[in-house]
Design a protein. Structure first.
Length: 255
């Protein structure tokens, strides 16, 4: 336990030194602020445009749902891309540089490395996500206080869970290929594969990618929580399985 705590502290210190914390905070604060503001201002700008010959585009009044649509679009796409870039070297960098050899030869268990890296990355991702969510919620409530959204907890939990899945995938990719690009390509390869599988109707409800791409339908009550439970279960089991495979593979890997 002492080695786990010490290595986790080292991971947080490294995140500060490499500016991971600040980059994540800045990006997600930006999304938290701009999501409701974009939903509020963009229709007004478009409605004020005149295209000539009495042609004018008229959009309906924005609502809280439009703000959350921007939130899920920003975090589910650019936010996840930021997460991948920030953490794609979380295991690959140390394996390629050989900086773990001294620690492991002194008795630290290999599974400690994997679990510690997953915990530290999860804490940073969770803190950034909650910061973004809190800011967006505050602005949305201020602008559209009377609007109602549905299944909020399940929708926000689903998007967070997919971020956890990406972190575990990046850890495994770094162990398998021992370099930055290998971790990156592994993650994008799985995302592309899941996107292609999402075309199949039967597979759709079990596909974790819907947790990042389809959650707005929960807030609008077009879909129910039960529609997402299979994907949530598969995603949770996938995280555990990826971590187990990472530990087993790392135990057998020569540094």
């Amino acid at each position: 336990m002492k080695s786990f705590i010490a290595f986790t502290k080292k991971e947080f210190v490294e995140s500060l030194r490499t500016l991971r914390v600040f980059v994540l905070a800045i990006v997600f604060i930006f999304f938290g602020v701009t999501s409701p503001l974009t939903a509020k201002i963009l229709p007004e700008l478009i409605n004020s445009m005149e295209l000539g010959d009495d042609l004018k585009i008229t959009l309906p009044e924005p609502s809280a749902l439009d703000s959350w649509a921007q939130f899920f679009k920003n975090v589910g796409q650019t936010g996840m891309l930021t997460l991948i870039i920030i953490f794609c070297g979380i295991t690959a960098n140390e394996l390629s540089r050989g900086t773990l050899i001294n620690l492991l030869t002194k008795g630290m268990k290999r599974h400690t490395v994997i679990l510690s890296k997953f915990l530290s990355a999860s804490v940073l991702w969770t803190a950034s996500y909650l910061l973004c969510l809190g800011i967006c919620y505050a602005y949305t409530e201020y602008i559209w206080a009377d609007d109602v959204i549905y299944n909020a907890f399940s929708a926000f939990l689903s998007l967070w869970l997919f971020g956890e899945f990406l972190i575990s995938l990046l850890i495994l990719g770094g162990i398998l290929l021992k370099n930055f690009y290998g971790s990156l390509f592994t993650c994008f390869g799985v995302i592309i594969a899941m996107s292609l599988l999402n075309i199949i109707p039967y597979v759709n409800k079990y596909n974790p990618i819907i947790l990042a791409s389809d959650t707005l339908n929960l807030l609008s009550s077009q879909k129910s929580v039960s529609d997402f439970i299979p994907a949530i279960i598969v995603c949770t089991c996938g995280i555990v399985l990826l971590l187990v495979i990472s530990i087993v593979t790392f135990n057998k890997k020569q540094l």
